[in-house]
Design a protein around this ligand. Structure first.
Ligand code: SF4
Ligand code: SF4
Length: 475
């Protein structure tokens, strides 16, 4: 691409590698990145973004500092293999719950996308929110768009160095806070903020903090729209969810064309409402021209709507030349917000939520496993008993120390020799030795052991095999 619709001059000195194909002219394998200098714009939708962005930021930076009981409310404790989310603890055996949550989130996103397009991208996606913050910092350090463009092409001076240093210091500071907070979801954050400056946070915590600092700095500071256009899979597959009734940001070509400049109060110009002022292009963070129609690069941020509304107001025209609308509405048809596709996605989402709620509510709060002693199949005692040795591995999935009791459900020809009561620490696992006791008349048989919370609120059972010399003892 040679011309930049953003009106910016190409800035990146990437050496092009033309490839000569037989019978054809040179072909460029890579497209140069056109540096985008976005113009600041105010307006209704930018205020909306401000008000939707704050709860996200407060939530992201604040949640790791919240406590639930005597521990961090949200802590993905990988060494302990526990994901704590307020009162819910997810164990490795419960990872399907996490998978289920991701499926609910995915179908929720599909439902939203089908009805209101890329609302997620434009207002709540962390990439959009963080990029907007980095752009604001850039403006604070280097000034408005035309000043930044001049500064960018100017030779290095102390002034340029000072401004750039200030900008990158702000970016790095914010990126570090982001990385530190992210790691704080996996390591107790109160300890992390003390240990990190003292270099005693451990290799993993230090590495991941620096890694996510670098990732934030590069993604939001340098790559920006490239992440949305080339790296985000959602940008690619969302076109499969968008149809003529989906809300999108669109230019009303019927009203705007033929475009062209004119004097403010002129009436006999024979032009449409678009003054071809390029403001909608200059404010676009992905550098596209919304007047070219629906494009996958459009993240639905509505900067162009606000910019064009300002122009329309100055010209004394009705607002809405660029607006949220649907392709069907632009064609003059009737919009159907609730249609088979959106109802289908919403239905699947509701089903998943219901099934998740039932499964999460009914999931067992203890796990048991019975392991047979490996060294011997059975022992014969002097009084004629045949004893089999086992280990009962009991996992307490609650967040309190809990007392358990045990019994043998079947067969009644055996007796269970095990501790009467066992206490297991919150989230702990205990190996409890036990024996099944029969006589020389008891045949080989399967047995069912039950472990229950002492108050009877939850039980789990496990099958095992009792072996005697009667029939050779083989299983
Ligand atoms: S801001 Fe509005 S008037 Fe100006 S070029 Fe864009 S669509 Fe046309
Ligand atoms: S075209 Fe408009 S809505 Fe789309 S990314 Fe650009 S400014 Fe945002």
């Amino acid at each position: 691409m040679n011309g930049n619709p953003n009106g910016n001059s190409p800035q990146v000195d990437v050496e092009e590698t033309p490839v000569q194909l037989v019978g054809f002219g040179p072909v460029d394998l890579y497209q140069k990145r056109e540096k985008i200098f976005t113009r600041y714009v105010g307006g209704v939708f930018q205020r909306l973004r401000f008000y939707t962005g704050w709860p996200l930021l407060v939530g992201y930076f604040g949640l790791p500092w919240l406590n639930w009981g005597d521990r961090q409310a949200i802590l993905f404790d990988l060494p302990a293999r526990q994901f704590n989310i307020f009162g819910l603890t997810i164990w490795p055996q419960d990872l399907w719950l996490l998978g289920w949550m991701l499926m609910i989130a995915a179908f929720g996103l599909f439902t939203i996308t089908t009805i209101v397009g890329r609302l997620w991208c434009g207002y709540t996606c962390p990439q959009t929110v963080w990029t907007a913050i980095f752009m604001w910092m850039e403006q604070v350090a280097e000034g408005p768009r035309h000043v930044r463009m001049r500064l960018d092409s100017a030779p290095w001076t102390w002034e340029k160095l000072r401004k750039r240093t200030f900008k990158h210091a702000m970016w790095l500071g914010w990126a570090f806070l982001t990385g530190l907070t992210f790691v704080g979801y996996f390591t107790p954050i109160r300890e992390l903020v003390v240990d990190l400056p003292l270099m005693s946070a451990g290799l993993a915590a230090t590495f991941w903090t620096l890694f996510f600092t670098a990732a934030t700095y590069v993604n939001a500071g340098w790559m920006r729209e490239q992440v949305c256009i080339y790296m985000c899979p959602y940008a690619r597959f969302q076109s499969a969810m968008i149809d003529k009734d989906t809300l999108i940001v669109s230019y009303d070509a019927k009203r705007g064309e033929p475009r062209g400049s004119r004097k403010r109060n002129a009436t006999d110009h024979g032009l449409g409402d678009c003054t071809d002022c390029q403001l909608c292009v200059q404010v676009c963070p992905t550098g596209i021209d919304i007047r070219n129609g629906l494009q996958y690069q459009c993240i639905g941020c509505a900067h162009c709507i606000d910019a064009c509304a300002e122009v329309m107001q100055k010209m004394g025209y009705a607002p809405g030349l660029v607006r949220y609308t649907t392709l069907r509405a632009l064609e003059g048809g009737k919009v159907h917000p609730f249609r088979a596709r959106s109802i289908g996605y919403a239905g699947v989402c509701l089903l998943l939520i219901t099934a998740f709620g039932i499964a999460a509510f009914n999931r067992s709060l203890l796990t048991i496993d019975v392991l047979r002693a490996r060294d011997t199949l059975y022992r014969e005692t002097a009084d004629g008993q045949i004893r089999n040795d086992y280990q009962l591995v009991l996992g307490n999935k609650t967040q309190q120390e809990t007392e358990y009791v045990f019994r043998l459900l079947r067969p009644d020809t055996l007796t269970l020799d095990i501790a009467q009561h066992v206490r297991v620490a919150a989230g702990g696992i205990e190996n409890i030795p036990f024996e099944l006791v029969g006589t020389s008349d008891t045949p080989n048989t399967s047995a069912t052991i039950e472990a229950c919370v002492a108050d009877g609120s939850a039980c789990a059972t496990e099958e095992t095999r009792y072996i005697t010399p009667m029939t050779g003892g083989a299983r």
